[in-house]
Design a protein around this ligand. Structure first.
Ligand code: PLP
Length: 383
């Protein structure tokens, strides 16, 4: 199997597995228990928090552990929008966000009386910074803009976005899920940032929200006093230990690895254009994650292409993995103004640490066979 779907999820790293094992076996206490068994796992939770905070140049108290990106984005968006003054009921976002943000913002718009300005996204997937600056009003509470897009890999200019928000005194949340471990992530630019362990070779079902010190947030779940009253529930100790180890591992050589993946990705694209001369890349090609290639194979429906790739043992995806089973065109590509036929024929290939040059060559050979078959099918259909 050739796995080219690392933006959907990544395999568990050895570093994460090793860090997790003791907490799946010997150490099992509830970290909230005051006895020795509890103190052992509490130490592991504290250690994971310290490690992650150090990697982000943040304070341990700024890290709120939770179940992953969807929960983090929900907490960041809902929790910040609902906290503080009720006179501020204006939000700013854009339609190319992941549904974890998009649906949370839409919920506030549809059910809680917030007004939302949806920023335009260019054909290349970039935000218009002048429009952002012009959209900020005296009652704006929160701007939420993702750092790197999961479908196209497009990276937004977070430094400029941050400057605009800070100058105007509005809060900024960023979905940093795809950026962490792939490009520069600077949490000092934002008030809140969302992260998911399974996107950076840690275990699934865990993640965290970075929340700038001193910023109040309304919890979205209720129960215990965990995470400093901000997110209740007994901690998943093994997963937290694994996430911290994965984070350390993935950041140890992020620049070299991202260049390696970008070279493989560009080689793959050359091979693709030899086979499908009409294929078009989607998304800005300069401000983009090194591992992501989103391309439209005009005339070949994405679902058909994905099934054909699957038969050739190549794993890729169309749109967001969370939309599997749906034949709807990607909301991200439509937000970028791509024509329906481009959106409906788009495939996302995302490379990762285990991707090799041989795999890229084999995947390209598979595409060559698929091209022959689809050509035959189209000629047959015309006849
Ligand atoms: N945000 C981004 C950018 C993502 O890529 C994803 C997952 O694909 C999510 C949020 C949601 O992640 P999860 O399903 O792990 O909660």
């Amino acid at each position: 199997m050739i796995y080219l779907d690392y933006n959907a999820t990544t395999p568990l790293s050895d570093a994460a597995r090793e860090a997790m094992l003791p907490y799946m076996d010997r150490y099992f206490g509830n970290p909230s228990s005051v006895h020795a068994a509890g103190r052992e796992t509490r130490a592991a939770v504290d250690d994971a928090r310290d490690k992650i905070a150090a990697l982000l140049h943040a304070k341990p108290g700024e890290i709120i552990f939770n179940s992953g990106a969807t929960e983090s984005c929900n907490l960041g968006v809902l929790g910040l929008a609902r906290s503080g003054s009720s006179a501020h009921r204006h939000l700013i976002s854009n339609k190319a966000e992941h549904h974890a943000v998009l649906h949370a913002v839409e919920h506030l718009q549809d059910h809680e009386g917030f007004e939302v300005t949806w920023l335009h996204v260019s054909k290349a997937g970039m935000l218009d910074l002048d429009q952002l600056a012009d959209s900020i009003r005296s009652d704006t509470k929160l701007v939420t803009i993702m750092t790197a897009n999961n479908e196209t890999g497009v990276i937004q200019p977070m430094r400029e976005i941050s400057r605009i928000c800070r100058d105007r005194g509005v809060l900024l949340h960023s979905d940093m899920v795809q950026a962490f471990g792939k490009c520069d992530v600077d949490v000092s630019l934002v008030d809140a940032g969302s992260f998911a362990s399974h996107k950076f070779y840690g275990p699934k079902g865990t993640g965290f929200l970075f929340l700038r010190s001193g910023l109040p947030i309304q919890p979205i779940m209720f129960g215990g006093a965990h995470e400093n009253q901000r997110r209740p529930g007994t901690e998943n100790v093994a997963a937290l230990a694994g996430m911290a180890a994965a984070a350390q591992w993935v950041l140890s050589d992020v620049d070299e690895e991202s260049q390696r993946e970008a070279q493989l990705r560009d080689d793959f694209w050359k091979r693709i254009t030899n086979i499908f001369p009409d294929a078009q890349q989607n998304g800005d090609q300069t401000h983009r994650l090194g591992n992501t290639l989103n391309a439209s194979f005009i005339g070949v429906d994405s679902e058909t292409m994905l099934m054909a790739l699957d038969l050739e043992s190549v794993c890729a995806s169309s749109g967001s993995a969370c939309m599997v089973g749906s034949v709807r065109a990607s909301h991200v590509l439509l937000a970028m103004g791509l024509p329906m036929e481009s959106a409906r024929s788009a495939i996302r290939f995302s490379l990762g640490r285990r991707t090799t040059a041989e795999e890229i060559a084999t995947a390209a050979d598979a595409l060559g066979r698929i091209a022959e078959r689809t050509k035959d099918a189209r000629e047959y259909a015309v006849a």
